[in-house]
Ligand binder design. Structure first.
Ligand SMILES: Nc1nc2c(ncn2[C@@H]2O[C@H](COP(=O)(O)OP(=O)(O)OP(=O)(O)O)[C@@H](O)[C@H]2O)c(=O)[nH]1
Ligand SMILES: [Mg+2]
Length: 403
């Protein structure tokens, strides 16, 4: 199952408490304080990993809970730091904070286990944590709508500490001084951070391939890259995005993402909906693949307009990206006629947009719905993905558009 959105709960470990202890040995009378510090609680860390393809690990294990640090002990023994909990996520994962980060304070009174003194609550006073240490807001918090984006993991091995473990409390040795030789103060460990987060995968590809079901998107990606998606003559063969690497003659390469087919009303949840469109939000170039032969009985121009409308419903900013129209299935007889009609419509849209220059400069995303300039692609290319015709020209056009 492909998972590109998941909600998780993260709880970092609490710091261990500091210890109150005094050295007691034969012939060493009043050996002085020897209570060690507590260990640090484990962090919850996210690491971007190029070998992870989706968020299914977190879907099946959404609770990331790190262990607490050990308490300090006598003989100046420090508590052990707890191990971090590391969750590997795919490159392109965005992390959103849901609600707030909390640090639940411990209410139970701590009696230092290793203390060899009789514990007297009036004398052995635990110092409050938090006064001395930070419980600061998380760094790089940027508000985005109602959610707060915490991190965008875009590089391999990029790390992000989602929830920070608490520091260990200090033992009574730390508090000794020349005038305070038998300190009974110690510190409680700091509590670990606790939060709920949402992760969203936005695939990082240079080229996004969109089109109606059965247009031949998977056929094309299988011919120009080494990806092997399922290809079949029925709609919605592709259920999750596929990414392939397209190599160029100059040894450059780009990532191409094949998105499941869109249909009219996808924004209302029809078909597979338009959730998968988030995967093209970061693309630098869009390829709109049209079934120019109209095998399923639709007109290519109507398909094109519908696809752009669905893109706009999802996120109008996507339409600002350079866009190439790829006319597929040119090997079929009906394709030539349809292409002529399609080119005529593009020509009309282009001349209309030239005659209304005002709209071009007015607010891009709000005024453009149905406007002629929205419909004009950068270029229209003819191919037959099945027979591998026109693919070299298409590769060159992609290379040029991305240069
Ligand atoms: N004649 C002809 N058939 C093609 C061409 N490209 C793809 N097809 C056929 O069209 C059908 C659908 O191809 P797919 O590549 O699965 O289409 P898709 O766009 O990925 O479809 P979904 O995954 O359902 O969205 C298959 O039977 C292909 O063989 C082409 O250039 N010419
Ligand atoms: Mg497909």
């Amino acid at each position: 199952m492909f998972v590109d959105n998941v909600k998780i709960f993260a709880h970092a470990g609490d710091g261990g408490n500091g210890c109150v202890s005094f050295r007691r040995e034969k012939f060493i009378d009043r050996g002085g304080p020897d209570g060690g510090n507590g260990g640090k609680g484990g962090d919850v860390v996210l690491v971007a990993d190029r070998n992870t393809s989706d968020l299914s690990d977190l879907f099946y294990g959404p609770r990331l809970v790190a262990k607490n640090g050990e308490h300090g002990r006598g003989k100046n023994c420090y508590g052990r730091n707890a191990k971090d909990v590391i969750a590997r996520v795919p490159i392109g994962t965005q992390v959103y904070l849901l609600g707030e980060v909390t640090c639940t304070k411990k209410t139970t009174r701590y009696h230092p286990a290793a203390a060899q003194e009789v514990f007297d609550p009036d004398v052995n006073v635990g110092m409050p944590y938090g006064d001395r240490r930070r419980v600061a807001p998380l760094p790089s918090v940027i508000a985005e709508g109602e959610r707060t984006i915490l991190a965008d993991l875009v590089e391999d091995e990029q790390r992000f500490v989602l929830a920070r473990g608490g520091c260990g409390g200090r033992g009574n040795t730390t508090f000794k001084s020349s005038t305070h030789q038998a300190p009974r103060e110690f510190e409680y460990g700091e509590p670990g951070e606790e939060l709920r987060a949402e992760m969203e995968l936005k695939t990082i590809a240079d080229v996004g391939l969109i089109g109606f079901p059965n247009a031949g998107k998977s056929t094309l990606i299988s011919k120009i890259t080494r990806a092997h998606p399922k290809i079949a003559p029925y709609p919605f063969t592709t259920l999750t995005p596929n990414v392939g690497i397209l190599d160029f003659a100059d040894y450059g390469c780009v990532r191409v993402a094949d998105i499941p087919g869109l249909i009219e009303g996808a924004h209302t949840g029809k078909g597979l909906g338009h959730d998968f469109l988030r995967h093209i939000e970061r693309c630098r170039l869009l390829l709109v693949l049209l079934d120019m032969a109209g095998v399923d009985g639709r007109k290519p121009w109507d398909d094109y307009k519908q696809l752009l409308a669905e893109l706009e419903f999802h996120n109008p900013a996507v339409l600002d990206k350079p866009r190439l129209v790829v006319a597929n299935k040119m090997d079929l007889p009906a394709a030539k006629k349809n292409l002529t009609a399609f080119r005529r419509k593009v020509g009309q849209a282009s001349s209309l947009s030239k005659s209304t220059p005002k709209q071009r400069t007015s607010k891009p995303s709000q005024t453009r719905r149905g406007s002629p300039q929205m419909l004009v692609p950068h270029r229209t290319l003819e191919i037959s993905a099945l027979e591998s015709v026109g693919l070299e020209k298409l590769k060159l056009a992609i290379h040029k558009a991305l240069a």
